[in-house]
Design a binder for this molecule. Structure first.
Ligand code: NDP
Length: 253
């Protein structure tokens, strides 16, 4: 039986852990050839082996989204090794918790430079590649519910994700003529290395009690949205931001 993403080439950034790692497996199970990209290449090798174990196809690609040369080289390698990229999962990101008054220039650059500038850099490079190849494609940006709402000590993160939301809309508008769709998913709290320590604290446990579904999301809770946005079922969707948060943003207080 033909799989939904049979032989489509997907690039997943931030594939060495958490959501990106999980997404790479999901896309490979859907038939895609997956380029898995991040800085920690040892972790990428074990992911490629895991995907090969179910006869999936994956390629490890070293990538630092804060380095323009690294981004250009990663896209070049994927083009040479796998062919035209049809799906970009623009997922690499990090979080830093600090009071707004204590954030210095280096802190800001780390968070905004990775989450917003890095995501923009990868989207631009892949979109240029897609237009050159003449096939169009689907770009999926990882925003967050903190791209709309805010919470204490995460101002640089929330600002970076708000930028990702607006980047999604702006690129969707300009790239539609090239048959490139640009959408975002805005997850609530998903259990990964990014937040594991926090959710073991009393404050973290109290936060979970405020989520209407009374639980953290798991990476697999995002699979439906990923496969929708990556595949042809979303052919008429662009510029959309899909919230996946167990109802977290419904509550007023
Ligand atoms: P993890 O910390 O588990 O994974 C982050 C990934 O980003 C790692 O693979 C890391 O790889 C990569 N990364 C970080 N900096 C760079 C860089 N400079 N260049 C290339 N890759 C980089 O986080 P999550 O899986 O939880 O988060 C993934 C995305 O989802 C992020 O954008 C995050 O903001 C977003 N998100 C997460 C939520 C959550 O609750 N977990 C909720 C909403 C959104 P390496 O260090 O090897 O380079």
């Amino acid at each position: 039986m033909t799989q939904p993403l049979q032989d489509r080439v997907a690039l997943v950034t931030g594939a060495s852990s958490g959501i990106g790692r999980h997404f790479a497996v999901t896309l490979a199970k859907a038939g895609a050839k997956v380029a898995v990209a991040a800085r920690r290449t040892d972790r990428l090798e074990s992911l490629v082996a895991e995907i090969a174990a179910f006869d999936g196809h994956a390629l490890p690609v070293p990538l630092d989204v804060t380095d323009p040369d690294s981004v250009a080289e990663a896209v070049r390698v994927v083009e040479v090794e796998l062919g035209a990229i049809g799906v970009l999962v623009n997922n690499a990101g990090l979080v830093q918790a600090k009071p707004a008054l204590e954030i210095d220039e280096a802190d800001w650059e780390l968070v905004v430079g990775t989450n917003l500038t890095g995501a923009w850099r990868v989207a631009r490079e892949v979109a240029r590649h897609m237009t050159r190849m003449g096939h169009g494609g689907s770009i999926i940006n990882m925003a967050s519910i903190l791209g709309e709402g805010v919470t204490n000590q995460l101002s640089s993160y929330a600002i970076s994700k708000a930028g990702v939301v607006q980047m999604t809309r702006a690129l969707a508008l300009e790239l539609a003529r090239y048959n490139i769709r640009v959408n975002a998913m805005a997850p609530g709290y998903i259990a990964t290395e990014l937040n594991r320590d926090y959710f073991e604290t009393d404050a973290g446990k109290a936060l979970i009690r405020k989520i209407p579904q009374r639980r953290l999301g798991q990476p697999e809770d995002l699979d439906g949205t990923l496969l929708l946005l990556a595949g042809d079922g979303s052919a008429f969707m662009t510029g959309s931001v899909i919230t996946v948060d167990g109802g977290h943003t419904l509550a007023i207080a």
